[in-house]
Design a protein around this ligand. Sequence first.
Ligand code: 6R9
Length: 645
Amino acid sequence: MSESKLYRVKPEIAASAYIKQPDYQALYRRSVEQPEQFWAEQAEQFLDWSQPWQTVWEYDYPKGHIRWFEGGKLNVSVNCLDRHLAQRGDQVAIIWEGDNPEHDKKITYKALHQQVCQFANVLKVQGVQKGDRVCIYLPMVAEAATVMLACTRIGAVHSVVFGGFSAEALKDRILDADCKVVVCADEGKRGGKTIPIKANVDEAINNCPCVEKVIVIKNSGNPVSWDENRNVWYHEAMAAAPDNCPAEQMDAEDPLFILYTSGSTGKPKGILHTTGGYLLYAAMTHKYVFDYHDGDIYWCTADIGWVTGHSYMIYGPLCNGATTLMFEGVPTYPDAGRFWQVVDKHQVNIFYTAPTAIRALMAQGNDFVTRSNRSSLRILGSVGEPINPEAWEWYYHVVGEGRCPIMDTWWQTETGGILITPLPGVTALKPGSATLPFFGIQPDIMDGNGNLMSGEATGILVIGKPWPGQARTIYGDHQRFVDTYFKAYPGYYFAGDGARRDQDGYYWITGRVDDVINVSGHRLGTAEVESALVLHELVAEAAVVGYPHDIKGQGIYAYVTLNAGVPPTEALRQELLQLVRKEIGAIATPDVIQWATGLPKTRSGKIMRRILRKVAADELDNLGDTSTLADPSVVEEIIKNHAKQ
Ligand code: 6R9
């Protein structure tokens, strides 16, 4: 692999940063050497508690037992709203930008607080009590934040299900969490298309006896079927609700929310996060990773249906009294310049998105970017998958005009917040590396036999000690929690990702370890091969999987999507093979390159490699669950073209 470039910290970024290079080492050392004192100080600094905790932390990994600040009492909505009112009641808390560029609104902390209290009362009237589960199945309407925070006000546990999931997937999640109430909209809008939210709920709850009430937000205004006994209009209930609602005092370890995420096998896991530790970790990482200062306009493009939407659109920013932008639409509607139009319109300073969006926009050419101004941008962020150096460079030079450092943040639903990341005023950047651990985080690399590796190493990423934002269990299946995360590498949290640590101690996430290919005894990260392929200027995206190979054990199968309008030719195939050889070595040369007009992706943009592996392995009759695909027709095309290989 060619030596990567180093982008040093810019003096103008460091000048205003909370954490600067000279302080970082000492602070990090203290965070891992004196974790009790360190985290107690942070918890006091970042959160308002109504009663102090008894123990800072307690853990027993073999039992999956993790506790932070037990005995401490607080309320999330109070920390995100009430405590800001005196100082910033009239400050905008949420800027909502509609799918339609002509629609937007601004909600102040005062207004949000009032709506949250009202909706908390609505939930109570509908019979929701502390500890009850509420399913939130909403498009990106501004009320989504109100509903989430209202749950926290009364101690109800929310389970947000992405508005793009099917009725079937919704049903499974409602049943698994035993939800009493569902909050939804009549319809959603995304990229100019209508999403039948209420119709999906109706279909899902036919088989959900646990659901007593469905509260419906009028969004599109189109008629929907109505069950007088079970359905309640949000606006009608709100009009009748008082705006005074005392906050439930929660224990730091009381459940806050459940969020479903896919494992490599089996049904989705309901990852459970609790109150105090999660909120502290979300707020602290939000402030330091994005160097959020009062007055900054911050935009995380994630959907509330994903953990990034929870931690970095809602909880972290609001806990810090930030102005957070919520976007209903997609990056390419009305055209591929939308992100940058919104940045200019609302003068966004901090912008956090996913590599899949960056690559998609990159493939559309620079004009969509350069016709915008973007001078308000100061910090950029990336999350969700490894960002290939080519996309990183484009993001850095074209979007950020070389001015804005990119925070490549590695974390997971299970980690609650960012674990490995640069800090704007501290970390020299290497394109494609998530760089160094956040405070209190102790990553390590293990070999396949569970031995710790020191120095430069490539292996399995594990995390040593607990951190406050860590998940506490899989809802309803604690044994699965223990088995999935704490069994394979005793004493460590097993993240499921592979990583390389370079000579500077920087971490490079190589992808899920179930995606590692072993070619003739050589381990290759699929992300490495993909990065090489997408370096080609005609390639939009690539996904690489292993498949059974008689001689090598595993061969390399690459699915490649070319930029719009580029014809796939034999000459281009040869160029790509050469490119991979040049970038990584002959061992990484794909055995098969299959052209694909699209890759199978989940609605959060993750490539479903499981399907690609099955197709590559000719296991076409056994593709498994494809219900979470954004566009199932992509798979048919891939199977058809596979047959021609
Ligand atoms: C936050 C989120 C988690 C998985 C994780 C890893 C991949 C996320 C990454 C990254 C490389 C990054 N991932 N961020 N890989 N670099 N900066 O995405 O949570 O949906 O649970 O996914 O995403 O493979 O294990 P989640």
